[in-house]
Structures are given as C-alpha cells and as structure tokens.
Design a protein around this ligand. Structure first.
Ligand SMILES: [Ca+2]
Length: 158
C-alpha cells in the first residue's frame, strides 16, 4: 500500500483548505469532517499528479475545450474528473499539471480522455499523459493523436 499516515494528513489538510475556500467553512470544522470521511473510507483515497502534454508537431494542436479524465487500474477506476484550473490550458507544446484526490485503483492500466466542443478552437492533438499516484512510479500513456469530440479516447500504459 502506497498511502501512509503522513500522506493522509497532507490530503486532509489540502482538502480542508480547498473546502474552506470554496464553501467558506471554518478549516477546523472541515478538517474534522474530512478526517471522519477519510477514516471511514480507510486508505482508499490517493493523490494523483497528472501531467497533460499537448502536441506541437502540427498547426492548431491546442484546444480551448473542456477536458475530462478517467483513470483505470487493476482494482477499479476513478470518477470522471474535469481537468481544470486557471490560465489558458492545453496549448500547443504545453504541459499542464493537475493534482487529483481520487479512489485507489491499484496498478494503473489505462486512462480515458474526453473533450467537448467548447471555444472557437476546440480541436486538440494530445501528445501524452503521465499519472503518478503519490509515492508510486510514473505511468506514461501515449496518445499522439487528434482527440475526437464528445467521445472517450483511451490509452494503455507503456
Ligand atoms: Ca487553451
């Protein structure tokens, strides 16, 4: 098992900070609540570092569409997560990094990616995604393809 007590405390603090900012709860109350939730769920939650590299070998590879990710492993899958943060994401040659707190899925097997048709420039050529469950190795998922809108595109590890 890759998740230790130190990590769990960190995840709780991070989540508590996030919640206190987004819904205005007092951090201490949120921390208690999260602690309870996480203890109930035991060690089933993992922090994933995700990096998404947009291709730069053709014209117009960057997108302004919304992008969604799902991670699959030998023990299950995460929920569908929108990859979002401030700034202009998924531009040509750019590497965008995200941190997700999601279900433990065991050894990673594949990732699914989906985009919508939002924005004037929604076409997207995705080069690669890497996923690192914190404390574990980095899994690489090659795409090197244009991602069709509104449907899942999968890549297998390796
Ligand atoms: Ca963009």
């Amino acid at each position: 098992m890759i998740v230790g007590p130190g990590f769990r405390l960190w995840a709780i603090t991070l989540t508590a900070l996030y919640l206190s900012h987004s819904i205005g709860y007092k951090p201490s109350r949120v921390r208690e609540y999260m602690l309870e939730k996480i203890i109930k769920r035991s060690s089933k939650t993992v922090l994933y570092r995700v990096s998404v590299t947009t291709a730069d070998d053709e014209i117009g590879t960057g997108t302004d569409a919304d992008v969604f990710l799902q991670i699959f492993g030998e023990k299950g899958n995460t929920s569908v997560v929108e990859l979002t943060k401030s700034g202009n994401l998924f531009e040509s040659g750019q590497k965008d990094e995200f941190t997700l707190v999601e279900n433990f899925v065991g050894t990673l097997t594949k990732v699914g990616i989906k985009r919508n048709e939002k924005g004037l420039f929604d076409a997207w050529k995705l080069a690669m995604i890497t996923v690192q469950p914190v404390g574990s190795l980095v899994y690489k998922f090659q795409f090197n393809q244009w991602i069709r809108p509104n449907e899942w595109t999968y890549s297998y590890e390796g």
